[in-house]
Design a protein around this ligand. Structure first.
Ligand code: HGY
Ligand code: MN
Ligand code: MN
Length: 593
């Protein structure tokens, strides 16, 4: 018989604690203290309340909670002294069937971990999808986390304890996160297509119109058709567009979506989650045979990251009428132009077909986008969802310093024209200068030299050339422009002093995009409706929403990223529970419109 919120909300403190026995290993104090926050509006609210009790507990109590947990495949497991829950979890992850080598390695890891941190390694071995992680994946995480700072690792253990508790609560409540699992599985399946080959095999890289990208586009169309969209097309720039009609043809449509291209060796959820969440909503509506008064248009944008071509936001730019004709002649590292890539992918490659994609903003209510946070904030406060207040403005450059290649052995240090040293000097300037804005009342700036490359470099040659990129961002355009001006000035001064030359091309300027207040409020109401407190935050990352911001109201919903929100990295992760919550919040927004 599964547990219900009514039971929990109507029982006394002792009864409440008893009903939640085993959710937090040997630690009834957590449920005891959370009882005071009843009535719980949802299971999500209960989970959050329990996590907050731990967050607000004194360090000793937090440490005590960690220490009552068994090691993985450790002494308690061997001695058969695990709780029923832990035994179930460790066996589900195959930890009761370790090979001799794995077992020995785990004992060694337990020993090293205890020696370094003074508490047992805690990991939710049923993983982000709740199905159990493989032993190699567990061991790899164990080894990786050994390097963490103790403060971070303690917090990471607590986050894993909350994930363990979440899964145990799901079992007690017989929760079915069907939409969240579907979204999570779509992300997993789409990630099987990648251009990672050779030494990049196994990495997720999907750049504009490559075969992997085209395979993704085909899959998205198939899945959109399966969801019940009335129209599914691929447009002239490769965007995949699904349209689900409303009952009132005069009602403006809701536009939503995100990108399906990735950075090199990227994560599975960046962009894609924002396509799949609304797709799951349309699937729900279709299954119920339900139509809302307005139509829903979901776009899988084909190009947002600007990896293969310096044409960032090409996909969403086509919808806002910002497609730059010069982009058609941009060539990639192999000399293939955008136009050729389009034709090779079966697209017209013609400007008039692209210009026809420009949307009439009057036909739309707004653009809303769900996206992973790509930062540590929500993960640190155990908050599954966050409402975006504004998207940072950004400026991107690609540049090259040209000095003089010379003999590394005979060129005196005061007679060099070392191009790489000049760029290194610039990099340190960017780091210092952007850091000066950490205390800015508007919010911090960031500056990154993401690419730094000595073409045809040799170990015994002073670099004559050095290519680099700049990515500068700030919460508003003024702060961004001040940072950009200072960095450009520094580059000039550095090159003058060193007698080297430089070329610098600004490849992208994106204005800061504050969320539309009314639509931000709609996300706030949707988050409240599913029983979560509202946490609002700015976006350090750029998104397609900042492009649509130029022509219509926009607002975003963030989803917590695990592993401290790491992104643009294969460690990017979300749980199927959080995927469910963003679908639930999206449905609330749709139904409250
Ligand atoms: O770089 C960004 O902010 C985004 O991921 N394209
Ligand atoms: Mn990205
Ligand atoms: Mn993104």
């Amino acid at each position: 018989m599964s547990l219900t919120l009514d039971q929990l909300n109507s029982t006394d403190q002792a009864g409440f604690t008893a009903l939640l026995d085993g959710i937090y290993e040997h630690s009834p104090w957590i449920a005891e203290q959370a009882w005071a926050q009843r009535p719980f509006k949802s299971l999500t609210h209960l989970k959050y309340a329990l996590a907050q009790v731990v967050r607000q507990a004194p360090p000793q109590a937090q440490l005590g909670l960690i220490r009552v947990h068994p090691e993985l495949a450790g002494k308690a497991a061997v001695a058969g002294q695990l709780t029923a829950e832990s035994s179930h979890e460790q066996s589900k992850a195959g930890l009761t069937h370790c090979t001799a080598e794995e077992f020995t390695l785990l004992q060694q890891l337990n020993q090293d971990y205890n020696a370094r941190f003074g508490w047992p390694f805690i990991m939710a071995v049923r993983g982000p999808r709740g199905l159990g992680l493989s032993r190699p994946a567990i061991i790899a995480t164990f080894q990786r986390r050994l390097d963490n700072h103790p403060d971070f690792e303690l917090a990471e253990c607590l986050r894993n304890i909350h994930r363990i508790a979440e899964i145990r609560l799901n079992d007690k409540f017989a929760v079915s996160n069907l939409d969240g699992e579907l979204v999570w599985d779509w992300c997993e399946a789409l990630a099987q297509h990648s251009e990672g080959i050779g030494d990049t095999a196994g990495q997720l890289t999907v750049t504009y119109l490559t075969p992997a990208h085209q395979a993704c586009a085909k899959l998205l169309q198939t899945w959109m058709q399966d969801c019940g969209f009335d129209e599914v097309t691929q447009d002239a720039v490769g965007n995949v567009v699904g349209r689900y009609k409303g009952t009132d043809p005069d009602e403006p449509w809701l536009l939503t979506g995100s990108h399906f291209d990735t950075v090199r060796n990227g994560g599975k959820y960046d962009g894609r989650l924002g396509i799949f969440a609304p797709m799951a909503c349309v699937r729900q509506l279709h299954q119920r045979g339900q139509r809302l008064p307005f139509g829903i248009e979901v776009v899988g944008f084909a190009e947002e990251e600007g990896q293969r071509y310096k044409a960032t936001f090409l996909g969403s730019g086509a919808l806002t009428g910002d497609f730059n004709p010069a982009w058609l002649d941009l060539a990639d590292a192999d000399g293939i132009t955008v136009r050729q890539a389009m034709v090779d992918a079966g697209l017209p490659g013609k400007l008039d077909a692209i210009r026809a994609l420009k949307r009439d903003p009057g036909q739309y209510k707004a653009f809303v986008e769900v996206h992973i946070e790509q930062g540590p904030v929500l993960d640190e406060i155990d908050m599954p969802l966050g409402v975006v207040t504004s998207i940072n403005g950004s400026a991107r450059y690609s540049g090259e310093v040209v000095g003089m290649a010379s003999h590394a052995g005979t060129t005196p240090m005061d007679r060099r024209k070392d191009a790489a040293a000049a760029v290194a000097k610039l990099l340190l300037y960017v780091e210092r200068r952007a850091g000066l804005d950490l205390s800015s009342p508007h919010g911090p700036s960031v500056g990154t030299v993401g690419v730094l490359n000595v073409p045809q470099g040799s170990i015994n040659v002073v670099p004559g050339r050095c290519q680099f990129t700049l990515d500068l961002r700030a919460p508003n355009n003024e702060q961004r422009d001040a940072l950009a001006a200072d960095v450009e000035g520094a580059l000039q001064a550095i090159c003058q002093r060193r007698g080297v030359h430089y070329k610098l091309e600004r490849t992208m300027t994106a204005a800061a995009a504050p969320s539309d207040p009314a639509w931000q409020t709609r996300w706030v109401q949707a988050v409240q409706a599913i029983g979560l407190p509202v946490y609002s935050l700015p976006s350090g990352a750029g998104h397609d929403a900042m492009k649509l911001h130029q022509v219509m109201p926009q607002a975003m919903l963030f989803v917590r990223g695990g592993n401290a929100g790491i992104s643009h990295n294969p460690l990017e992760t979300i749980t199927s529970d959080d995927a469910q919550l963003c679908v639930d919040a999206f449905m609330q927004l749709l139904e409250n419109l």
